[in-house]
Design a protein around this ligand. Sequence first.
Ligand code: SAH
Length: 251
Amino acid sequence: MVHFIGAGPGAADLITVRGARLLGEADVIIYAGSLVNPALLENRKEGCAVYDSASMTLEEVIAVMRDAEAKGGVTVRLHTGDPSLYGAIREQMDQLDALGISYDVTPGVSSFSGAAAVLNAEYTLPEVSQSVIITRMAGRTPVPERERLRALAAHGCTMVLFLSTGLLEQVEEELTAGGYSPDTPAAIVYKATWPEERVYRCTVSTLAKTARENGVTKTALITVGNFLGDDYERSKLYDPAFTHEFREASR
Ligand code: SAH
């Protein structure tokens, strides 16, 4: 059996209870060493074999899983954040299907949730934005043409950019071409929830400069939108004048 597990954004206690339990039961752990907090490996079983997937190919990862399976062992494949986002798990699951090896997935706290927590922010503020676009700038990994950043930016909603910290000049250009004004608030969140976490609040036009001045080149999320500003409407849900299923209006 193979368990794909979301490790959470960084802090070792932000893995789920289920994820932590399965991690403790593993005979083999394959973890994404470039992004997963190694402190999570401390509770492993004695004799558990640990592999860092940073230097491994898909074929090598599958070979380790296959070998563990042949010995009747439990494998944990530990991915950063939530495995469904930029986790490259589909290709692993397809190969396991072909080999007849069973697996399941335990979700994790994505770094985009970690970043909101660090910012004390709510991505979906009434009358500001009710949608969050999660995307990336096209780089060595292409992005489908219809999802070009400038096209998505035309919505003007909350955006969270993964894997784009090295491309901030282009990000600024695309966001502005799409319709964000240069002074739209933005934030760079470096290593959200890790001990070395840093937050840099800036604007769309100062993203590249801010990252450069602070030496941020990777492991950061770029958040953009007026959810970082001061204006919003109160929610209807907790408005005394609003009646809903669980509460009568009191005035
Ligand atoms: N599955 C992961 C994302 C993997 S892609 C998730 O759900 O978070 C790797 C990218 O995620 C990094 O380049 C960076 O943009 C972002 N990232 C991962 N952990 C982060 C963290 N703690 N703080 C900020 N960005 C992070």
